[in-house]
Design a protein around this ligand. Sequence first.
Ligand SMILES: *Cc1c(COP(=O)(O)O)cnc(C)c1O
Length: 396
Amino acid sequence: MTMLTPFPTQPLAARLPRTLPLLMGVGPTPIPEPVQRAHGLLINHLGPTMNGVVEAVQEMARYVFQTESRRVFGISGPGSAAMEMAMANLLWPGRRALVVVNGTFSARLAELGRRAGAEVAVLELEPGTGIDPAALAEVLDAQPADLVAMGQGETSCGAYHQRLPEAIAVAKARGALVVVDTVVTLSCMPFLADEWGVDVALTAGQKGLGSVPGVSLIAFNEASWAAVCARPAPPAQWVLDARLAERFWMDHQYHYTAPTPSLLAMYEALRLICEEGLEARWARHAAHSGALQAGLEALGLTLFAAPEHRLASAVAVRVPDGVDVDALRARMEDRHGVQIAGAFGLPIFRIGQLGEQCRRVPVLRTLSALGEGLVAQGYGEDAEAGARVAAELLGA
Ligand SMILES: *Cc1c(COP(=O)(O)O)cnc(C)c1O
């Protein structure tokens, strides 16, 4: 018998910084204490205790999505798994989909549609811009689709579809089911699944909801569920088969072992959102993100998306000429313990305003760290200009 031999190891603490950085990227985001505590608990995945948790998660998720859909499921997996559940269950060879693409994540929706064997057309927008419903109508009239998919927000470039409700109406008037990715917007910016006619809404745990990564949520209304049930054959994905997920989420039967610690964390995250109330939470995001944006401009920076196409929850900033963004981000982390996000190819960096990031202290701390880092590279002279402006806007 040949075996690999054991080797010296280090406890995890030796690998982590003594103080974990403030997560001001675009996910994962800081989690509130009750979520942290819930995540430390392990219970059985079947039985009356878990059934009560599951039903409460569904009930709270209905409020957060603003839907009365019965079929609200959790998914053991990242936001991409929820995207895949939507696309893989609603598409199959012979189905036609149109995906509105303005960045990395919406492009992923298109890729998932292709992998499901569907014919996928793409309505491509400039990064940093949002949908024009008339353009969508034109494309759908020329090339009808069974399904239209888009993200409410595109995290990769900080873009927001301000006119999403009209775009949904355009798609539905032409007989398409509508899938909306709300990973970067849910609970941060207004989203009304039923009122807007969204057929499938999906989100992840680790962005605006303020939970841990690894559990996502999806809501199917009656129309999209009918399409799932009308499939000629089950999808290739067994874990993400929505009809198997229904067994667990509706009938409390075994599908696969549910990640109970992450579901308990999701429970607490949703409870905190219900407690705060959606309108108050949207207002908190608008106020703090507005202060952050004003602070960024006070530092002499330019925001990537125009105001009408700009996400509140993920703010993309142009990298000024002459600034080394990798060095800037490294300095912010090393000196100030603040992490912000880079980009996938665009000349921008990104700052999250998701959930707990939308508080006075993290916003001001981020602006101070950024200001100091910019001044250190010779960009601007007043490191505190941004924090001062934001503090004024946020009041005492
Ligand atoms: C982060 C994100 C995703 C992907 O979520 P993962 O958990 O990384 O799979 C999808 N869509 C949007 C809009 C996102 O911001």
